[in-house]
Design a protein around this ligand. Structure first.
Ligand code: PEP
Ligand code: MG
Length: 554
């Protein structure tokens, strides 16, 4: 009999195929002493480290692009002489090669975590290399994406970013994870690559390999052992969706013609081509901090001017919203806020950090004004993490003073949403950052897997805050954009328009699906869907309430 598991769907895909489980991490190697002696253990070590480095390099060459750089860095870890001599000395003291690798890598891991920030994020990469070496030594399959000659649905606890980036899209029909929420790395990358995915599916890890499943991202469901009727409905829904997604590239609009500009979220000028090809009508969020993550000193006006002008030249006559540096928490910038904090998400971040070093903010606005005056893009600027009306006034006035004529604020902190009428009264527009707004509304760290289920922008508490901003925008005639991941969820995008959003900004790969969904609903229908979501008691109920009003669902 068909059994249905549920989670959070990403995108609009539907896939049918056999489940294939990604192996869990290996158990910790036993600390029992070696029986073959140090020389033989060292020989095993040499072979396993070299073969692992080679394997990782080959995967990198196959993947190319950014993934190759990530994997090359991992291969260097397997070749690292310091790690090797650490492992050797453990072997000299009687450890097995497996145990020596485990302990040596764990020691380095702790050191990286202790350094914090960017270095701490490399700890996962180090763990992955250690697991691969130990698997090779023990003669078992390396954890990681399994290989298969035939297409399959990948089932995993969660995917490392490198795993997601490397997925063979010819073989992997869909991804289902038991962990993670809609803003987890897996979800963001799956959305970016157009992979059908359902995340946070409780119970999916119990499936045995080969079990047939239907994965429906719109319904957020995984039908296990589907009967003939379920399979039939799935194929009809897939056909229907393919037909719908086939709408020509053009400006975003509702079924009644109400325009809803679809804009791109970008982190560098490299993404311009893909954004233009996807039909982005401009840029709704340019994350400038991504340009300077590795910088140890503040970028000069000239350096910034070059970067901004490159981006702006890609959008002549189009709106480009540039966000000033959003440093802190998940995006540390050592030249802006280096001091360790107990709760970085609640610390000196965003506009607070910029204000504390105002010259950096002034330089950025100056560089932007210069780039704007020399290109044809319609440049706007906005500030992240605005919490008060006074901060809004401060930022808007400074941007105007330094030559950027249109300045707005991001609404990512509940206080700014609750005072939206006052905030919008002091600035030119608002752009809602639903990732942070959800994190702060539900008090759930967006980086923490254990609370990922709470990081759900469908939650009516988040939607009610968005409604406040939408209402204020309508009353004052000021634009209210959405630039968090929520805008990339096609159905939620319709709800957001129903709540008063006037434009949607997302990763370019999400634009086609959102465009297709908007065309299915009039403004009045979008309002009704929004009402249904607002009156639910939690995110899952809001999704279900909205889906129940739609004609199609598997
Ligand atoms: C957000 O918080 O929703 C947002 C768009 O900003 P970021 O994800 O860069 O914090
Ligand atoms: Mg944010």
């Amino acid at each position: 009999m068909t059994r249905v598991l549920t989670g959070v769907g990403i995108g609009r895909g539907i896939a049918v195929g056999p489940a294939l489980r990604m192996p869990d991490p290996l158990p910790e190697p036993a600390s029992t002493p070696s029986t073959i002696g140090p020389d033989a253990e060292k020989e095993r070590l040499t072979g396993a480290l070299a073969a692992t480095a080679e394997d990782i390099r080959q995967r990198g060459e196959k993947a190319g692009g950014q993934a190759q750089a990530v994997l090359e860095a991992q291969a260097l870890m397997a070749d690292d002489p310091t790690l090797r001599s650490d492992a050797d000395s453990r072997v000299d003291n009687g450890a097995t090669a497996e145990r020596a690798v485990h302990e040596a890598f764990a020691g380095f891991r702790d050191m990286l975590v202790g350094l914090g920030g960017y270095m701490a994020e490399r700890a996962t990469d180090l763990d992955d290399v250690a697991q691969r070496v130990i698997a090779r030594l023990s003669g078992v399959a390396a954890p990681g994406v399994p290989t298969s000659e035939t297409p399959f649905v990948l089932v995993a606890r969660d995917l490392a970013p490198a795993d997601t980036a490397l997925l063979d899209l010819e073989r992997v029909l869909a991804v289902v994870t038991s962990e993670g929420g809609p803003t987890s790395h897996t979800a963001i990358l799956a959305r970016e690559k157009g992979i059908t995915a359902v995340v946070g599916v409780h119970g999916v890890l119990d499936l045995t390999d080969g079990t047939p499943v239907v994965v429906d991202a719109v319904a957020g469901s995984v039908a296990v052992d589907p009967d003939a009727e379920t399979l039939d409905r799935a194929s009809r829904a897939a056909e229907e969706r393919a037909k719908r997604a086939d709408v020509p590239v053009g400006p975003g609009a509702l079924a009644d013609g109400t325009p809803v500009p679809l804009l791109a979220n970008l982190g560098s000028a490299d993404g311009v081509e893909a954004a233009v090809a996807a039909g982005a009508e401009g840029v709704g969020l340019f994350r400038t901090e991504f340009l300077f993550l590795d910088a140890t000193t503040a970028p000069t006006v000239a350096q910034q001017y070059t970067q901004y002008a490159r981006l702006l030249r890609g959008f002549p006559g189009k709106k480009v919203v540039v966000r000033v540096l959003d440093a802190g928490a998940d995006k540390p910038l050592s030249f802006l806020n280096d001091a360790p904090e107990e709760n970085p998400a609640l610390g000196l971040r965003g506009i607070r950090a910029l204000r504390a070093t105002e010259q950096i903010l002034r330089d950025q606005l100056t560089a932007l004004a210069r780039a704007a005056s020399e290109t044809d893009a319609l440049v706007q600027v906005m500030a992240p993490m605005i919490a008060t009306v006074e901060e809004t006034r401060y930022f808007t006035a400074l941007a105007h003073e330094l030559g950027v004529p249109v300045a707005g604020v991001m609404v990512e902190v509940p206080s700014a949403a609750l005072l939206a009428d006052r905030v919008l009264g002091e600035t030119d527009f608002a752009s809602i950052g639903t990732n942070d707004l959800t994190q702060y509304t539900l008090a759930a760290d967006r980086l923490l897997g254990s609370v990922a289920a709470l990081q759900d922008p469908w939650h009516p508490a988040v939607l009610r805050l968005i409604r406040e901003v939408g209402r204020a925008g309508t009353a004052l005639g000021k634009p209210v954009g959405i630039c968090g991941e929520a805008a990339a969820d096609p159905l939620l995008a319709v709800v957001l328009v129903g709540l008063g959003a006037t434009s949607l900004s997302m990763s370019p790969s999400a634009i086609a699906d959102v465009r297709a969904e908007l065309l299915q609903h009039t403004r009045e229908q979008a309002g009704r869907l929004a009402e249904a979501a607002l009156s639910a008691e939690d995110g899952a109920a809001a999704r279900a309430a909205v889906r129940s009003l739609l004609p199609e669902s598997v």
